[in-house]
Ligand binder design. Structure first.
Ligand code: ADP
Ligand code: MG
Length: 320
């Protein structure tokens, strides 16, 4: 395959961002931002480690990789505006499969004011997709993990465990309810950008996206803030037909499953009504799931009348 015709084929004909001065085609992209803070993140996906062709088409791989990056912007309260794609292409991948990856990314990108402004193309042994995303946030308004305080309400968007349930269905053929829904939750996740942006006027808010399981994300907020988070198990939201799975599976996927790309946050009781309002305005399911205090451990799980320390058994790739 000719690298130049490939780059030509993925190059955007027009750009949405007026702050962009130079997009794809020079040695680097240029944008000018006079007033807002710039937020940036990168995520890398390796075939066989982060995704497999058994459960994902190239379209899904592209869509999901960009969704994970955009979700990081949501978790920072930022609006995603640019992305760059670095791709390692194995020789056994065809040009049409590659184009499908970009179709997946473009498909998600249509719902945001985001432009593809560059990247890098090399060949190698395994498909590896690394996406850098850039977002804008009102000056001083980026949402950090270290601002949770004693007395805060803990909330979460959407439902938990669906992505892992979808993965389970894709890897264990059998009779399941709502297959399409769970497959979509796994392959085509929907980052909560609109909701996060609507929270802009709340003075203090800790926010994290659920990439590694709620136990792990809650722990990240608690550790960074030096507080304790108690999650009430009975309150953790699940989708309608989640009861079809074994109790043990449900529990594992809800607490440690991850990759739902929902948002967990903490906010003062005083500002809770603004969070509920933002959810209503953006049609986002929102659930109060616990509280912040200053106990000994970082995260607790309340089940019935019992409160037990909760381990952050989410996925931590480095230790595996
Ligand atoms: P250079 O030799 O300066 O690194 P390249 O030939 O790698 O330039 O890239 C040419 C242009 O195409 C640059 O603007 C670069 O950002 C863009 N580009 C290269 N590969 C990709 C890719 N996989 N996705 C998006 N843009 C790309
Ligand atoms: Mg290059």
């Amino acid at each position: 395959m000719d690298e130049f015709s490939f780059i030509d084929s993925i190059k955007q004909a027009t750009y949405k961002q007026s702050t962009l001065l130079k997009g794809t085609g020079d040695d680097a992209a240029v944008f000018r931002q006079p007033s807002q803070d710039i937020v940036t993140a990168v995520d890398t996906f390796v075939e066989g480690v982060h995704f497999s062709r058994q459960t994902m088409t190239p379209f899904h791989i592209g869509y999901r990789a960009l969704a994970a990056n955009i979700s990081d912007m949501a978790a920072m309260g930022a609006s995603p505006v640019f992305y760059l794609v670095s791709i390692v292409i194995p020789t056994h991948w065809s040009e049409s499969e590659l184009n499908e990856i970009y179709d997946g990314m473009r498909s998600l990108a249509t719902t945001y004011p985001i432009d593809l402004i560059g990247g890098d193309t090399v060949s190698g042994k395994e498909l590896c997709l690394s996406i850098t995303v850039i977002g804008y946030v009102a000056s001083g308004k980026a949402r950090y993990r270290n601002v949770a305080e004693d007395g805060d309400i803990v909330f979460v968007t959407g439902t938990l465990g669906d992505s892992q349930a979808g993965f389970h269905m894709l890897t264990n053929p059998g009779q399941f309810m709502d297959k399409g829904f769970y497959h979509r939750r796994h392959r085509l996740p929907n980052p909560r950008v609109d909701f996060a942006l609507k929270l802009e006027n709340i003075p203090r808010l800790a926010l994290n996206d659920i990439s590694d399981g709620i136990a792990n994300e809650a722990s990240e907020i608690a550790e960074a803030s030096g507080v304790s988070i108690t999650l009430t198990f009975e309150k953790l939201p699940t989708s309608e037909s989640f009861g079809q799975f074994k109790k043990e599976q449900q529990r594992n996927w809800i607490l440690f499953g991850g990759e739902d790309f929902e948002l967990i946050g903490t906010v003062s009781k005083k500002n809770w009504s603004f969070v509920k309002q933002a959810a209503k305005q953006t049609n986002t399911q929102l659930t109060e799931i616990g509280y912040v205090d200053t106990s000994k451990h970082f995260v607790y799980l309340q089940e019935g009348n019992e409160r037990m320390p909760l381990d952050k058994k989410g996925y931590t790739h480095i230790s595996r």
